[in-house]
Design a protein around this ligand. Structure first.
Ligand code: HEC
Length: 115
């Protein structure tokens, strides 16, 4: 009985992997842009360079495998860390004109939460 239950484990793991979004390549990440033109400009001038580069250490924009654990911290924490800085994430993300609403929208976009 015990052996038969263990045999199900790989099948269940495979099922779980199918249901979650796959990781993005940096090229796929770099191809994404916010739909809103003003937000896209802010994104291009500030967040995009680091957040589409695997070498930067930043979670890749649009990659749920890299953002889901961060999203679980809550939007208020992510906003706070974007504004105040967080390890190698520079305070403000090199955006001189972003408002709190802009940051929140940019974070939603990068974390692939469009709802
Ligand atoms: C100079 C590179 C750089 C730029 C520019 C940059 N980031 Fe980051 N960002 C990082 C790095 C590196 C991390 C990962 C930090 C860590 O987890 O140690 C990060 C992480 C984050 C996180 C996750 C913080 C957490 O609590 O897990 C958010 C949110 C974020 N960035 C938002 C932004 C936004 C919004 C912009 C544009 C306005 C931006 N970043 C621009 C490098 C950058």
């Amino acid at each position: 009985m015990r052996d038969r239950r263990l045999a199900l484990v790989p099948a269940l793991l495979a099922l779980g992997a199918c249901q979650s979004a796959p990781p993005l390549t940096p090229a796929q990440s770099a191809a994404r842009h916010p739909a809103d033109a003003r937000l896209a400009t802010l994104y291009d001038r500030s967040c995009r360079a680091c957040h589409t580069s695997a070498d930067s250490g930043a979670p890749l924009s649009g990659d749920r495998t890299q953002w889901d654990a961060r999203w679980a911290k809550g939007q208020a924490v992510l906003l706070q860390n974007a504004v105040a800085g967080y390890n190698r994430m520079p305070a403000g993300g090199q955006c001189a004109t972003c408002t709190a609403d802009d940051y929140a929208a940019l974070i939603r976009f990068m974390a692939d939460r469009t709802d």
